[in-house]
Design a binder for this molecule. Structure first.
Ligand code: AMP
Ligand code: ZN
Length: 445
């Protein structure tokens, strides 16, 4: 699996992380099914944007991109994104890019322009446009575009190798193709095939990358090898903020760091960014982020509650619920990664088991089975983590203790006993002493 990684010219924003989290979810779901996934994510550390950025700060390109690369690694750790097997940097794979461009020239798909840059002739590749469905007949043959990013309307021969110009400053390589630097698109073709072979299974990225980036990757790779480049393409839709495109000029642009600076929990951000189906637009709002934090907390307190279950057994009800949730969650995820439906099934399960826990029906063995399944699901979601027994009273427990005291004072023994039972299921054991009630928390049996 190859996923287009960050262009390390700035801190990654939450739209980027929507893409990276969808890819993380996909990988984890494949692993849940027992697939061994080899995952490659490139780091675009030389392109139009990185060069401009380093020049603005008047530092060397390597120094500039190293800063944002390190920040990226910190961010993915905070979001509990599983590490890829390889993070190739474009600047470390110039030789592979040069070799690929040479092949394209030999096969007649690429040509040198007057300024020494080398272009891909899109008119030569019969299948050009097959991914993004653009109509090549309308293209002006021979017209050229040198910038890395452009729209469908500007589809033209694109730069594989950009001859050095003064604006590039000290960023260039002396190669058989001349003095210059690679175009962005050839980077991903060269690095994906270097690590995954000429044909590989899955390639992901955001919809904004479908054209021109991925269209051009297909053209470059397939015309060079004569083989299918990628078996499955998956593109995530965009993240919007408060219903609008996220942009600095709208004042609704957030990096992960911006949100962490406002004291939002990274795992709540993770939950929010992965909980919408990847092919639907995701509207980020701060209410939704609060709700995501609450959802994570609900899952955690559920798992914590399991630690204290010591009922007599549910008479098969737990087994039934376990199989129902596996079907519900699994069926939805198998259906093109329909995570919102999967999560709904999970929360139904939590609610139904909570009823049994409340009634004191869940035995230790059943609780352990539930816990094991929650761990498997969390291997996919990555939001619960290790849940420790409580060492401080929850607000809920405090209120129940107070209520019980009131009931005792009113000599309502039935209510007092029922409340003691509730607390015991939450792991809170009460002792009535001459000095009043004392509580202690019991660990898992
Ligand atoms: P970049 O660093 O711009 O090359 O983008 C890295 C990844 O983030 C690519 O897969 C992009 O398609 C994706 N991406 C960029 N902006 C957004 C957004 N607003 N919503 C979702 N994905 C995005
Ligand atoms: Zn790419």
């Amino acid at each position: 699996m190859y996923t287009c990684g960050p262009t390390v010219y700035d801190y990654a924003h939450i739209g980027n992380f929507r893409a990276f989290l969808f890819e993380d979810l996909l990988k984890r779901w494949l692993e849940y099914h027992g697939y061994k996934v080899t995952h490659v994510m490139n780091l675009t550390d030389v392109d139009d944007k990185t060069i401009k950025g380093s020049q603005k700060q008047k530092i060397r390109l390597e120094e500039y991109t190293a800063h944002y690369t390190n920040a990226f690694y910190e961010d993915i750790k905070a979001l509990n994104i599983k590490l890829a097997d390889h993070y190739p940097k474009a600047t470390s794979h110039i030789a592979e890019m040069v070799a690929l461009v040479k092949t394209l020239i030999q096969k007649g798909y690429a040509y040198k322009s007057q300024d020494g840059s080398i272009y891909y002739a899109i008119g030569k590749f019969r299948d050009y446009g097959k991914l993004s469905h653009i109509k090549v007949a309308e293209l002006q043959v021979g017209a050229r575009v040198k910038t890395d990013e452009y729209t469908k309307e500007e589809a033209q021969d694109f730069a594989l190798w950009k001859a050095w110009t003064r604006e590039d400053g000290d960023v260039f390589w002396e190669t058989e193709l001349g003095k210059g630097r690679p175009g962005w698109h050839i980077e991903c073709s060269a690095m994906s095939m270097r690590y995954l072979g000429e044909t590989f299974d899955i390639h992901c990225g955001g919809v904004d990358n479908m054209f021109p980036h991925h269209e051009n990757e297909i053209a470059q790779s397939e015309s060079a090898t004569g083989k299918i480049f990628v078996n499955y393409w998956l593109h995530n839709e965009h993240l919007l903020v408060e219903g609008r495109k996220m942009a600095k000029k709208f004042g609704n642009f957030y990096t992960l760091r911006d949100l962490l600076g406002k004291d939002y929990e990274p795992i709540a951000i993770r939950y929010l960014l992965l909980s919408t189906h990847y092919r639907a637009q995701l509207n980020f709002t701060f209410e939704a982020l609060d709700a995501a934090g609450a959802a994570v907390e609900r899952l955690r307190s559920f798992v914590r509650r399991l630690l204290y279950a010591q009922g007599n057994g549910s008479g098969g009800k737990v087994v039934e619920l376990l199989s129902k949730v596996q079907e519900g969650f699994g069926g939805a995820m198998d259906d093109d990664l329909n995570v919102s439906v999967a999560l709904a099934a999970l929360f139904d399960f939590v609610r139904e088991v909570n009823v049994l826990l409340e009634a004191g029906e869940v035995s230790r063995t059943e609780a352990n089975d539930i816990d094991a399944l929650m761990k498997r699901f969390d291997g996919v979601l990555g939001v619960i983590g290790e849940v420790a027994p409580q060492d401080v009273l929850s607000k809920e427990a405090e209120e129940l203790i107070e209520k019980r005291e009131k009931a005792r004072k009113a000599k309502d023994w039935a209510t007092a006993d029922a409340l003691r039972m509730r607390l015991s299921e939450m792991g809170v054991v009460l002792e009535d002493t001459a000095q009043g009630v004392r509580w202690r928390l019991v660990k898992k049996a």
